[in-house]
Design a protein around this ligand. Structure first.
Ligand SMILES: Cc1ncc(COP(=O)(O)O)c(C=O)c1O
Length: 425
């Protein structure tokens, strides 16, 4: 049978659906979706496994529990709904504050806002790009009800420091692992270190369901509350662990954020390939980073000693304009692109600069909600450390199965671009 992917332009099989980072498909042989995923979806459709806690959904959740070592796992529509269920599980609600890095995707924090909580942004470590635990500590108030550790771009937060803050204050830590499937802290899969872990399975993620999400935890209360707010009438496989909310079942709170089983079928196959994907991506990233040792204009992002990267959602490097006669980042990006390397500046802006968070917004109308009233808003300059490094990030293509010579080509272009110096006097 002809493979429909081979009919695509130039018959070069596309690699990842890439929403956040530059594509360079001619340098990559990885095929994100294969016959295996298609076959399972075909079989599930014929078995009419299309709704609820089907056997494949249950198998996926069991595999996720096994893989993370966590007691409870549930699938949801997407990472955003998994975050919503996690915040609800933690009891985040009106009047609360949630501390989150200003450098993350808006969906990390939006679900907390929808529950009535106010975002409190924090700085990131300029070398690792991860949430700065000391800045978190400074921003804690009696209203703080959660700290969100986002393992940004596949790197890992300093979980020892964040869990220390949590122990001292009693504030729980939610890990957003959407970029970092399979990353580890001190040998433990991220998502299993804090109080609850959340993963997006959206199409560009290392484990893709097309659209999907997972929540996992060891905490029965978080799990049960997440069930109540997301799994109305789910048949099979999601049993409450205590009697606390038994009388509300099976309808829970009547909210339905359940995953589509076909997407979870795809993710089940994808999970089986994650180790291989991570191994290949790690090898590629480390090879390029080794090449950067002799190009001071581009510095690899630092990794904490106890961290092992995973997922590798994107490949940022830190640009130092002073090494290239002050050439601004955007001009360096243009130069690299001209030389044939598909790079970009940061695909995400900083949340405190978005209008909604900078100026506030009447979320629930009639001047109610967390972003109006005494909401202070944010200004440019409020997060000088993160703002400075954010302006200097350059994202290289993330390759999963580089064609021979790809690393040399990429390092060669980076060196050539740095050696050209500044065109400005
Ligand atoms: C860090 C982070 N958190 C949450 C999400 C939300 O996931 P989803 O798109 O599956 O809703 C994303 C999506 O890209 C993300 O990058």
């Amino acid at each position: 049978m002809e493979d429909p992917q081979d009919r695509r332009e130039g018959s070069r099989v596309p690699v990842f659906v890439q929403t956040a980072f530059p594509e360079q498909p001619e340098l990559d042989n990885w095929r994100q979706m294969t016959e295996e995923e298609a076959r399972l979806v075909y079989e599930m459709t014929l078995r009419n496994e299309l709704s609820g806690g089907t056997p494949v959904v249950r198998e996926f959740e069991a595999r996720w529990r096994e893989w993370t070592g966590l007691k409870y796992a549930m699938t949801l529509m997407n990472g955003s709904s998994a975050l919503y269920a996690a915040y609800f599980g933690l009891g985040v609600g009106p009047g609360d504050e949630v501390i989150c890095p200003t450098y993350t995707w808006i969906c990390t924090i939006a679900p907390a806002v929808m529950l009535g909580a106010r975002p409190v942004f924090a700085e990131s470590d300029p070398e690792t790009l991860q949430l700065d635990p000391e800045d978190v500590r400074r921003r804690i108030t009696p209203r703080t009800s959660a700290i969100v550790a986002v393992h940004l771009w596949g790197n890992v937060c300093d979980m020892d420091a964040l869990m220390e803050v949590s122990r001292e204050t009693g504030i729980p830590v939610l890990e957003d692992c959407s970029h970092a499937h399979g990353a580890k802290w001190d040998g433990k899969i991220v998502g299993s270190v804090g109080h609850v872990g959340v993963w997006s399975l959206q199409g560009s993620k290392a484990v893709s369901a097309g659209e999907g999400g997972v929540l996992a935890t060891n905490d029965a209360e978080i799990f049960e509350r997440a069930c109540l707010v997301s799994q109305v009438n789910r048949i099979g496989g999601l049993d409450l662990q205590t009697q606390r909310y038994a009388e509300l079942q099976p309808l829970g709170l009547g909210m339905k954020l359940r995953a589509h089983p076909l997407g979870i079928g795809i993710a089940l196959v994808q999970l089986g390939k994650l180790e291989e994907l991570n191994r290949r991506r790690r090898q590629y990233v480390e090879a390029v980073e080794a090449g950067l040792r002799e190009i001071p204009a581009f510095r690899p992002v630092r990794v904490y000693p106890k961290a092992e990267r995973g997922g590798f959602y994107a490949f940022p490097v830190i640009y130092d304009p002073s090494e290239v006669g002050g050439l601004p980042t955007l001009e360096m990006v243009a130069r690299l692109r001209q030389l044939g390397l598909n790079v970009s500046s940061s695909p995400y802006g900083l949340l405190h600069r978005l209008k909604i968070f900078a100026e506030g917004f009447d979320v629930f109308t009639r001047n109610r909600g967390p972003l109006c009233g005494d909401y202070p808003g944010y200004l440019e300059g409020d997060f000088p450390v993160t703002e400075d490094v954010h302006r200097r990030l350059i994202f290289l293509p993330m390759l999963s199965d580089p064609v021979p010579g790809a690393v040399d080509k990429i390092v060669g272009i980076l060196r050539a671009a740095a050696d050209l110096g500044s065109p400005h006097p």
